[in-house]
Design a protein around this ligand. Structure first.
Ligand SMILES: *Cc1c(COP(=O)(O)O)cnc(C)c1O
Length: 392
């Protein structure tokens, strides 16, 4: 039986050629492919600047450092995300505060976030990390308004949403990660994401100050820029101006990512077509779907359904070769975060969502007949096979 995963990469001959070309060139890392990929990516999301890094988690870590997160500071994020969205605050010594999700969108709830900010003395919180979960864009202008009222920064975790967009309060279309409202946005090029580079990540921003700082931080905090050197001993000279890391992307990865990026819109169109077929198949069944509100263009990294017997459906699908997944176990209930006092019952919407959610196969190369098979098996499990429904 052919296995159908929930997500997978799509590598073409052009991708392979792009990588081979780098292997035959002078630079495997720190070469020209990095800048080219950064520029193309910045253009794609509509941001002024982009900084390529070794993975999405490194991107988050560097953002926390660039924004000077420090011990004693609190940062708000969603419990329904990959753990890295929260962990980056811990790396910098800050405290993670989870606010519950909006059960309609599964995104960080604006009102719950506002309530937390209101209930604490000013200066308690430093920033907010909203997540474009599954590819559903966060209404970032609304978060910006709130952030401004409390003097906070925003990191948009856009790993699920390259190409996604929403209409802001003025009716203008804003692409996820375009830096119009968030200070920084981050992306991942892990193979299950829209654009694959093996491992890889990107930070986008419209802020020149942060862009420059991120460039040092990504490469040991070292600069060779003459205008920034305290001394200059000659051509070999550089200065390490702060404690940075080696979080560079290689040219091999950048070439692959760039080649994939050039097909990103096609992949997005496929994802939306697949979502449309699922939507149609599950309308008026026990399978609950998430429909984006008007003005929101979902990027469909994931196609999430919510069902009464999630555990049963998960097992049923596995037996049929369909490897659906659960995104995510609420981060506040992970043993590491329980150590800080988080417990079951703290965030009821996130916890209820977790009991019922399942991510169905969603990737550009999912064939129509494979999707039909997935739909059939899901409906079968609930005894709602298409035939039975038409008779009813
Ligand atoms: C994948 C992902 C990350 C981390 O990206 P890596 O490249 O795997 O380090 C962070 N946040 C979210 C929401 C993700 O999906």
């Amino acid at each position: 039986m052919k296995k159908i995963p929930y997500g997978r990469q799509h590598i073409t001959e052009e991708d392979i050629e792009a990588v081979v070309e780098v292997l035959k060139s002078d630079f495997l890392t720190q070469g020209p492919r990095i800048g080219a990929f950064e520029q193309a990516f910045a253009e794609y999301v509509g941001a002024r600047y982009a900084v390529a890094v070794s993975n999405g988690t490194a991107a988050l870590h560097l953002c926390a450092l660039a924004l000077n997160v420090e011990p004693g500071q609190k940062v708000i994020t969603s419990p329904i995300t990959f753990a890295a969205s929260a962990n980056c605050i811990r790396y910098a010594g800050g405290e993670v505060v989870f606010a519950d999700i909006d059960p309609e969108t599964i995104l960080l709830d604006l009102d719950r976030t506002a309530a937390l900010l209101e209930s604490a003395p000013r200066g308690t919180y430093a920033g907010i990390i909203p997540v474009d979960f599954a590819g559903y864009p966060v209404q970032m202008d609304a978060f910006r308004q709130l952030a401004d009222a409390y003097d906070l920064w925003i990191i948009e975790d856009s790993c699920h949403a390259p190409g996604g967009s929403y209409a802001d309060a003025r009716g203008e279309i804003q692409r996820c990660g375009n830096g119009a409202y968030a200070d920084l946005a981050i992306f991942s090029f892990h193979p299950v994401k829209h654009i694959a580079s093996g491992e890889g990540g990107m930070i986008t921003t419209n802020r020149k100050d942060l862009y420059e700082r991120l460039q040092f931080l990504r490469t040991h905090g070292i600069t060779k820029r003459e205008d920034l050197l305290a001394e200059n001993h000659g051509g070999w000279y550089y200065e390490m101006v702060e404690l940075g890391y080696n979080y560079r992307l290689t040219d091999i990865q950048a070439a692959l990512g760039h080649s994939q990026l050039s097909r990103a819109e096609d992949g997005l169109a496929r994802r939306r077509a697949i979502a449309g077929r699922y939507d149609e198949a599950f309308a008026e069944t026990a399978v609950q779907t998430i429909a984006p509100a008007p003005g929101f263009h979902h990027a469909y990294h994931l196609y999430v359904i919510q069902v009464p017997d999630r555990g049963g459906l998960y097992e049923h699908l596995r037996q049929k070769g369909i490897y659906a997944q659960v995104h995510y176990i609420p981060v506040h209930l992970q043993p590491y975060y329980r150590r800080f006092g988080w417990k079951k019952g703290d965030l009821p919407h996130a916890e209820t969502y977790y009991e019922h959610c399942l991510s169905l196969p969603m990737y550009p190369t999912l064939a129509p007949e494979e999707q039909d098979y997935v739909i059939e098996e899901v409906l079968d499990f609930f005894s709602l096979a298409p035939a039975a429904r038409t008779e009813a």
